[in-house]
Design a protein around this ligand. Sequence first.
Ligand SMILES: [Zn+2]
Length: 624
Amino acid sequence: MAAATGLIAGVSILAPLGAYAATDDHGGAARNDGDKTAAVRESIVDGPAKNVILLIGDGMGDSEITVARNYAEGAAGAFAGIDALPLTGQYTTYALNKDGTPNYASESASTASGWSTGTKTNNGALSVDIAGTPQSTLLELAKANGLRTGNVSTAEIQDATPGAQVAHISARGCYGPVKTTANCAAEALENGGLGSISEQLLTLRPDVVLGGGSATFTEKAVAGDWAGQTLFEQAADRDYQLVSDAAGLDAVTAADQSAPVLGLFTPGNFPTRWIGPEASVGGGDLAPVSCTANPERLDTGLSLASLTDKAIDLLSADSEQGFFLQVEGASIDKRDHAADACGQIGETIDLDEAVQSALAFAKADGNTLVVVTADHAHTSQIVGSTPPGLSVALTTEEGSPMLVSYGTAEAGESQQHTGSQVRIAGYGPGAANVLGLTDQTDLFFTSSNALALNTNLRSLSAAATLTLDQAAVAPGAAFTATGAGLAADWRATSEVSSSASTDPLGVVDVIDGRAVIVGTAPTAPGQYTVTLTGAQTGVSVSSVLTVAAAGTTPAPTVAPTPAPAGAVPGTGPTNGVAAGVAAAVGGLLASTGAQVAPLVGIAALLLAAGGVLVVVRRRRHGVL
Ligand SMILES: [Zn+2]
């Protein structure tokens, strides 16, 4: 029997050679090369990571990836970046309505807020919850934890995806002072709010910001320290390195808190890499065409991959300090809205090249988590025959026709997002957390846990100190107060007060936790308290300033308390150089002048948000 079976088997293999030869490689489509178990096991790496790079394809659903891959790499091909991450899952992207019920069709503001803050919100809102309360973002938390930060996009830098990392505002369109006054009045600077998206960006001060959106920076602030000046003038005054072209960016050799880089290369969004016919009714019946290079595409030194390389170079220059970087390919979404297949495909290829850059760094570095995902799915679908809606026929680079359908809006209208889950893929320490089905908000925790971020902002500024350059000064004389350790504050307010008076000393930027106030002493002799308050955390530090009457010799500076008994008659027991640390926030609110009340109110909101984040994170990890 065995011999007969062997004979039959042999015949069955040999006889039909001609008929089945084409199936010897099973169609050539298999992507696995043997058993992957060992490779997958090896790709699961424990955190923490030193760096996190998030790459977002806006509107890059599975369909958009497939359309682009078919066109550029072939149906059996693979992107060298997007398809190369070893661990892949799916995540849900729904938004909330204001009443907390689910909104199944989300957009870029609610979705970017989801992974930026870990908190779901309503469509149109940036990094506030459905009640409007600001929620700390990954970029803010990374900075407060001492990491360097970057934000790169092919869109206007105020657009929803980059905007969600840097701003807290009720409406994503409030890019600058003009729209904020009109449409986001409660958040306008003149009403005591945090200001427009651009103004919040300038205050947060990421180390590297590269993208479009320069037009908004020509608007003038209507309130605050830079009222009447353009946002460009403000940025220069706050020591940003401003660049507007490839040569300018090339000349930048360092970017840090002393001199962050703000590169704005287009008034609006970047032009896409490719152009082609927009889909039309019956377009699928036309002769298939190929995409062509867009003559308006920016210098290759400003491609998304080049910007990603530059951002990584600048952020990784200090080998001790980790970084958080977000990179967005924005126009997959924007061209999908316009039923422009070639535009969205070219942008996907640009993003793929940026992913290759990030992976190359991560592989060499060995301590970087890279995540590639989308904010929401979109319209385009590959179909087999011309549909009733819009369509376009393309000839792919492997020479076959591909019909792409856009069926969620009429011709000339904006195609809609779709509510499908999207792909999330990861490489590096902590990447296992993308596996299976997660929600977009999980990406916040995947990233913040990978970086081991302390999400309680106030605790990060709690060890702040305040030092006076001289403990005693003549009436009306200048003095300098230096705050340090305000790690989670971007601005600090200051005042000099006594039981009889309170005078504001101004608001300054906090650079690397340091705030320097140059003040003028009161003219009435006596003892005063100089107080510095972090605008984000509400942490307050103070120091005693003695104003000695003219004609008397100011007391010499002495060591901090406890002072030796009778050491310096007349100077008082608290005449020390070292600061008193961190008054309670409650006491701070009571003693803060009206001018800074709005900032402190915001700080309190952020504190509340931080508290919530800590609780949620612990719950998810079973610590509580
Ligand atoms: Zn969109």
